[in-house]
Design a protein around this ligand. Structure first.
Ligand code: NAP
Length: 316
């Protein structure tokens, strides 16, 4: 297969390039600079320059692709402003428009859209699957919902298969948010929000998210797929497990009101309402299975990688 990946230099995209090329597929990765070219080349892919806000460049770069993947995001990292979130929304919406247009233009057989399982989080906190209605009126996920709809409508209009891969909450040794979490624990600065010990959310190690895309592409599956590991976990349990592996102090507890002041509403809402789903549908439809079935194995890998690369400063 010839696979074209937008977002090929990102935390997810880098793994997509490696995993598709390891399995004998030809990969073209969309890049925006020399650093991006090196990342894609070092993983066995061919870099082609373009930007999802420039349709012509994407159509040119996608020439020859059988499968097109939208894995580009601009999720803000430090101290995000509303403009930062707007840029991420644009990458999702305009990116889906441009990349589906490219898929039609180059006669691709399949288009894969990265999404997030929290678009279908249930207002009453109950467990959900791919058949559940999406959460109504959640502004924080609206652009992901729109990207799903743009993709599905384009598939109907142009006749290619569309797979929407809703990923759980990512973690990985090289993911900014996981590194930030580990660093905060080391400094005793990652409290647990009171009352969230039983609030479980579905997560996925990013390497397993990438292998989910490979499985859906190789099987040419369409429709919705929840790419999560086998065991939803509360942020409290995840933090305690990560702290233990790092030899960091056990996290302190703070009230929800203080958390809202310090972390912001989006983050607190994400961590304090359940988001529990399963990977049953993808397991049944493909030979995919997570290499890190739960956060326990995944965090072993994260911390071993940090230790061997001396990424995080060690606790005093
Ligand atoms: N399910 C989840 O929980 C979830 C989902 C996504 C991300 N995250 C988290 O968010 C953080 C960021 O991860 P990430 O992989 O999304 O981001 P990332 O590592 O920053 O990668 C984003 C990718 O999108 C590309 N991109 C951005 N704007 C573009 C544009 N206008 N045109 C073309 N390409 C564009 C970037 O290219 P350049 O290299 O050229 O900038 C990069 O390849 C991580 O900590 C991750 O764990 C979590």
């Amino acid at each position: 297969m010839r696979v074209f990946i937008a977002g090929a230099t990102g935390v997810l995209g880098r793994r997509l390039v490696s995993q598709f090329t390891d399995r004998g597929h030809t990969v073209v990765g969309l890049t925006r600079d020399g650093r991006g070219d090196s990342i894609v080349q070092s993983r066995g892919g061919e870099p082609r320059r373009g930007d999802v806000f420039d349709a012509e460049s994407v159509i040119r770069a996608a020439e020859g692709a059988d499968v097109i993947i939208h894995a580009a995001t601009a999720i803000p990292t430090e101290d995000p402003s509303p403009e930062d979130w707007d840029r991420n929304d644009r990458v999702r919406r305009e990116g889906a428009q441009v990349l589906t247009k490219a898929a039609a233009h180059v006669n691709a057989e399949q288009y894969l859209q990265q999404s997030i399982v929290w678009v279908a989080r249930q207002p009453d906190g109950s467990t959900f699957d791919e058949n559940a209605a999406r959460h109504p009126d959640d502004p924080s996920t609206q652009s992901a919902v729109d990207a799903e709809d743009i993709s599905l409508e384009a598939g109907e209009q142009y006749g290619f298969n569309v797979g929407i891969l809703r990923c759980g909450y990512f973690y990985a040794p090289d993911a900014y948010h996981t590194q930030e979490h580990g660093t905060a624990l080391i400094h005793g600065d990652q409290p647990i929000i009171d009352g969230t010990a039983e609030t479980k959310i579905s997560r996925i190690h990013v390497s397993d998210a990438a292998s989910g895309f490979v499985a859906v592409a190789e099987e040419n599956l369409d429709g919705l797929w929840h790419v999560v590991d086998n065991e939803p976990v509360s942020m409290a349990a995840f933090s305690v497990a990560l702290a233990k592996r790092l030899g960091a102090p056990a996290p302190e507890r703070i009230s929800e009101a203080v958390a809202r002041q310090e972390m912001g509403d989006v983050q607190v809402d994400l961590l304090s309402s359940p988001m529990s789903t399963s990977n049953d549908k993808l397991l049944a439809a493909s030979d995919w299975e997570p290499r890190y079935p739960t956060y326990e194995e995944g965090l072993d890998h994260v911390v071993k990688t940090w230790q061997s690369n001396s990424v995080l400063s060690q606790p005093k």
